[in-house]
Design a protein around this ligand. Structure first.
Ligand SMILES: [Ca+2]
Length: 494
């Protein structure tokens, strides 16, 4: 379906002709709310730790995600969507601000996300342009003015601190429900009651399928998905053999990725329960997405409401005998991304790399606001609308810069066909992968004499991007961190 260009162009021409607007993408024809076609409502669904292939449409024939698959079939599916930083907090800071972590320097347990960056965040821009803005779910940034970012705000999330939740700590109508059900219901209530005199933008941040790290069993799913995967044996992870683990640098082999592998995957029983649990949690979100789409039809809003689905980072399900994320492998950085714009009424699969920070620019663009020059991502709307066949850049920066003892920070460059990565504390450890021939990143070509040129080229590209994106004005990130209470950051006994 990729590059199906002529038909979408025809549809776009027809639509814009009907609307009497030559280019509503840049908002030039929409300087006031009384002119031009109505601006769309936007529902931006962010899932937590959903990796790219935890989605039926991505080719996973085990996971049950019919509503997400339908969304992909109705809209535009980005098969090479990546996050610039594979950790909840830094990725979310990037998604709000449109900036690489290298610039905003905000990650887990940083002091506060920089006010100067939040001033150009998409909720602020949309609010200023007359949108009614809502937020439901896991916000996860330290930002004291959060309630002022949105017209409607209800934040909550699963965590280990006393004030944080488990998955069964919320009630609806006096009954305890899974947090995914609760989150979905809040979205349905929002859609029902949102003011109709202006467009709305709802950020809906599900906490699932993130593990509950305070609990031994880690994965908790809604009762409605308990029946799924019961009689299935989950296939063993790719690259699960010892040799792939042994090739990793000591800092990874002895770090949190390994510790959590013991929590989740180190026996066949644990592996089966954890992967099924993770899938059931994704399937739980899927049920809510189905209800949201029904509600949009019921309320008459479906034809003018754009739905975006994005994962905030990938997830290891035992590959390389690891768990968690944080590293530069595709398991960690590759996520689902679907953009369904009912006005475009077209489907396509896009192969170009799309980034989490492109979604920021896309949301702003959808609202008819000029994308700020300072944003690092680019709007995906030209591709979604069939006005462009591809995005203008190929190489993207990938990085995890949190300075914590047992997760080695790393950085790299990803292009459509290649990946270069290295560890910040030991830049001599380099890895190079030819993703066309080796999509699972099993053969490191960094020491291969036949690939010296590519290695040098990508290394230079990384240096250039580091230079370009360093030096943000906010340097509030504590340089060194200590383990949280209850976390030893040491591998559990074998
Ligand atoms: Ca996450």
């Amino acid at each position: 379906m990729r590059r199906n260009f002529l038909l979408p162009m025809f549809l776009v021409l027809l639509l814009t002709a009907c609307a009497g607007a030559s280019d509503q993408r840049n908002g030039e024809s929409e300087s006031s709310e009384t002119e031009g076609p109505p601006r769309p409502n936007i529902i931006f669904i962010l899932t937590d730790d959903q990796r790219f292939d935890a989605l039926g449409y991505a080719g996973n024939d085990i996971i049950h995600t019919p509503a997400m698959d339908k969304l992909a079939e109705d809209g535009v599916y980005f098969r090479n969507a990546l996050v610039s930083s594979p950790i909840c907090t830094a990725s979310r800071a990037s998604i709000f601000t449109g900036l690489y972590e290298r610039t905003h320097r905000y990650t887990f347990r940083s002091d506060q996300v920089g006010q100067e960056y939040m001033e150009q965040s998409y909720p602020v821009l949309l609010n200023g342009a007359g949108y009614y803005t809502g937020f439901i779910g896991k916000f996860h940034l330290k930002y004291p003015r959060v309630a002022r970012l949105f017209d409607h705000y209800e934040g909550f999330y699963v965590g280990e601190e006393p004030e944080e939740l488990g998955y069964f700590d919320k009630e609806l109508n006096g009954e305890t429900v899974h947090l995914t059900r609760y989150t979905g219901q809040k979205a349905l209530d929002f859609i029902e009651t949102v003011p109709r005199d202006r467009p709305f933008a709802l950020s809906l941040n599900f906490n699932a399928p993130h593990a509950d790290d305070a609990e031994d069993l880690q994965f908790f799913w809604p009762e409605e998905t308990e029946h799924l995967y019961q009689d299935i044996e989950m296939p063993a992870p790719l690259l699960g053999e010892d040799e792939y683990f042994n090739r990793l640098p000591a800092a990874v082999r002895e770090g949190v990725n390994r510790e959590r592998w013991y929590w989740r995957f180190d026996t066949p029983e644990k592996y089966q329960r954890s992967v099924k649990g993770y899938y059931r949690m994704v399937s739980g979100i899927d049920l809510e997405i189905a209800k949201i789409r029904e509600k949009l039809v019921e309320t008459g809003l479906a034809d003018n409401t754009v739905i975006i689905l994005l994962g905030d980072n990938g997830f290891f399900l035992g590959e390389r005998q690891l768990a968690g994320k944080w590293l530069m492998y595709d398991n960690s950085i590759r996520v689902p991304l679907i953009i369904y714009d009912p006005r475009a009424a077209m489907h396509r699969d896009v192969d170009d790399i799309a980034l989490n920070i492109d979604v920021t620019a896309t949301i702003v663009d959808l609202a008819g606001i000029d994308v700020p020059a300072g944003y690092h991502g680019e709007s995906l709307l030209p591709v979604v609308w069939g006005r462009a066949d591809s995005l203008s850049r190929d190489a993207v920066l990938i990085e995890h810069l949190w300075e914590i003892e047992n997760i080695p920070p790393s950085e790299g460059v990803r292009t459509h066909d290649w990946k270069y990565l290295r560890y910040v504390r030991d830049t001599a450890h380099e890895e190079l992968y030819d993703l066309r021939a080796d999509p699972h990143e099993s053969r490191n070509l960094a020491g291969d004499p036949g690939h010296e040129e590519t290695l040098a080229e990508l290394r230079a590209k990384l240096e250039e991007m580091i230079e370009r994106y360093s030096g943000g004005s906010h340097q509030g990130t504590p340089h060194q961190d200590t383990p949280r209470q209850g976390e030893t950051y040491q591998p559990a006994p074998h």
